[in-house]
Design a binder for this molecule. Sequence first.
Ligand SMILES: Cc1cc2nc3c(=O)[nH]c(=O)nc-3n(C[C@H](O)[C@H](O)[C@H](O)COP(=O)(O)OP(=O)(O)OC[C@H]3O[C@@H](n4cnc5c(N)ncnc54)[C@H](O)[C@@H]3O)c2cc1C
Length: 242
Amino acid sequence: MASNQPFDVVIIGGGIAGLSTALRLPEYMRVALFTKGQLGESNTRYAQGGLTVALGADDSSELHAQDTVAAGAGLCDENAVGILTEEAPEAVRWLIARGVQFDRAQPGRDEHATSDGLLLGREAAHSRWRVLHAGGDATGAEIERALMMALRQRASIAVFEETYVQRLRVEDGVCVGLEASNRDGQPFSIEAKATILANGGAGGLWLHTYAVSPDGAGCRRGIASHFGGGARRRRVSAQPRG
Ligand SMILES: Cc1cc2nc3c(=O)[nH]c(=O)nc-3n(C[C@H](O)[C@H](O)[C@H](O)COP(=O)(O)OP(=O)(O)OC[C@H]3O[C@@H](n4cnc5c(N)ncnc54)[C@H](O)[C@@H]3O)c2cc1C
């Protein structure tokens, strides 16, 4: 089965990366988002430990970066760490504007909070209180919930659930779309001017990783098939965890 629908952008992945990318694109663009399970079923949903961001009065993105690089013990890409820590406060404000309810401090009970009342936690190698949670240990689930709701309100985004992307379509070295199979196993192809890989699972490529994905093997296969055997891979680290 072939589909001639041309999309401006196709996104593979319905976790935090895919959803936030889709929501940041202008509404005039025709966007398709693919997820191999139902929307909401992703590693993002299972993230529990929280999200680190320098929002405390005694904190800064430079300190956050220093702690991260120190905890990375030489394995961090310092440029990437710098970007992540510097952009984290804006990213958190963006999530809040999309409806994410981070835990708030109780006046008189919780000592560590941002000036606007977000509860700050501290753990592992962080030298400051800078861990946000939502619903206690349901941080990822809350982010996924809010972004899904925001996505459902965007008519310009077509969601292909339970649809497995098999491979990218490449012509003359340029990606022109993808091939997928729907929930009944029927293959089809989509044309797109731009294709974004947000299929997660990168942690599964490395020998040592702190969180075991319920879906690691599948995502690993996905990355391998999208990029091919000659993929250039770099190690990333975003959090100073113990
Ligand atoms: C148990 C656990 C706890 C964690 N705790 C934390 C934490 O406390 N703090 C933290 O910052 N991070 C934590 N993480 C890591 C965090 O969850 C991930 O880094 C993050 O969710 C990755 O988001 P993502 O959007 O890149 O990918 P995912 O959330 O993995 O989404 C991938 C998406 O791609 C889709 N997909 C993949 N392959 C295909 C294909 N071939 N065709 C169609 N769709 C496809 C999937 O269906 C899914 O929708 C934890 C992870 C786990 C597993």
